[in-house]
Design a protein around this ligand. Structure first.
Ligand SMILES: [Mg+2]
Length: 334
């Protein structure tokens, strides 16, 4: 293992990310601050995410380049969830003896690959060498046209609830990874891939905002049940979702058939889907249908926003009845 030399690593980062800006960076990596040109008519969106070894990732289970790309993905997903477009990234690394030069260079190449794919520039960051606690914090900075931002708080009774893509694949993929099997089938590898290499829904998010289709939006990072609850709470409303017709991949559907209803717990509560969960007023449903062809993924309706005296999330089971969450046990973690 070749240890990390901070100066050498800084030079490597400058070389790797130099010249990769998207036209609005006046000063990139290398000074005390980066400088970017502000643009009239735009609002700036700022968010950050941390991945800690042992909590958010296990080093033996994910290659470093995939981890770097995933960190970019989870950060820009929050920008998409506001209807914005990611522009810049700032990376803070807390490095320990658990990683060597080769590992960290591979991680950074993953960051670069994803940042190019999502057309955003890494413009700065920080390196700290610590005794323990390997972690990476990515700040993502994005832009959205004034008046087109989509907050969590805009849902009203009568709005329909939609999601992009399919739900539960990432959690089911993580379960498979944790089994540490010697080999996996092609179907299993598809689920695993959704866990280690998620796709942020940038195109759908930007269109849902710019075309004023979504009344509220959030990205699904902690499981659709919890994230929908967050959206409903922010909006002061209740929500009802129906599991029949839920958007599941072929692989997740097969898992449900093989292992029974407890799989719903992972689909609803597992998290790390990085799909967009959003609401649409009935008057905008036609507009959604028109725009959906331009999204990077299909969208599916999963329920409606309701008005109940006590705000809550109602889940209508696959048989059309509301499961008794407490006695049936299969949703105990929600
Ligand atoms: Mg989020």
């Amino acid at each position: 293992m070749s240890p990390i030399n901070e100066l050498e690593l800084t030079r490597f980062i400058r070389r790797l990310f130099g010249g990769g800006d998207n036209g609005s960076v006046s000063l990139g990596i290398g000074d005390d601050c980066a400088a970017v040109r502000a643009q009239a008519g735009l609002e700036t969106l700022v968010t950050c995410d941390t991945l800690c070894e042992g909590t958010h990732f296990a080093k033996p289970l994910i290659p470093p380049a995939k981890l770097g790309a995933k960190l970019v993905c989870v950060s820009v997903s929050d920008i998409a969830a506001m209807g914005g477009v990611p522009r810049y990234l700032v990376l803070a690394m807390n490095l320990t003896g658990e990683v060597d030069k080769k590992w960290i260079e591979s991680f950074l190449r993953g960051v670069r690959k994803a940042s190019r794919k999502f057309e955003c520039a890494l413009i700065g960051g920080n390196i700290a060498i610590a005794a323990k606690g390997l972690s990476f914090t990515m700040t993502a900075i994005g832009a959205v046209k004034k008046g087109r931002r989509v907050d969590r708080s805009g849902a009203r009774p009568g709005d329909r609830i939609f999601v992009t893509g399919t739900l539960g694949d990432s959690a089911l993929g993580l379960d498979l990874l944790l089994e540490k099997r010697k080999s996996y089938s092609a179907a299993q590898r598809k689920l695993i891939n959704r866990h280690i290499d998620p796709t942020p829904r940038l195109k759908a998010g930007a269109l849902l905002g710019s075309e004023r289709i979504a009344s509220s939006m959030i990205d699904v990072s902690d499981g659709v049940a919890l994230d929908l609850r967050r959206l409903a709470e922010a909006s002061g409303v209740s929500a009802a979702i129906e599991l029949a017709g839920f958007p599941l991949s072929k692989q997740a559907g097969a898992c449900l058939d093989a292992n029974g209803p407890q799989v719903w717990q992972r689909i609803l509560g597992g998290g790390e889907d990085y799909e967009l969960l959003f609401t649409v007023r009935p008057s905008k449903l036609g507009k959604l249908a028109q725009a959906a062809g331009r999204f990077d993924t299909p969208v599916r309706r999963i329920g409606s926003i309701t008005k109940e005296r006590k705000p809550r999330l109602k889940i209508i089971g696959p048989g059309g009845v509301e499961p008794n969450l407490a006695s049936e046990g299969w949703l105990h973690s929600l």
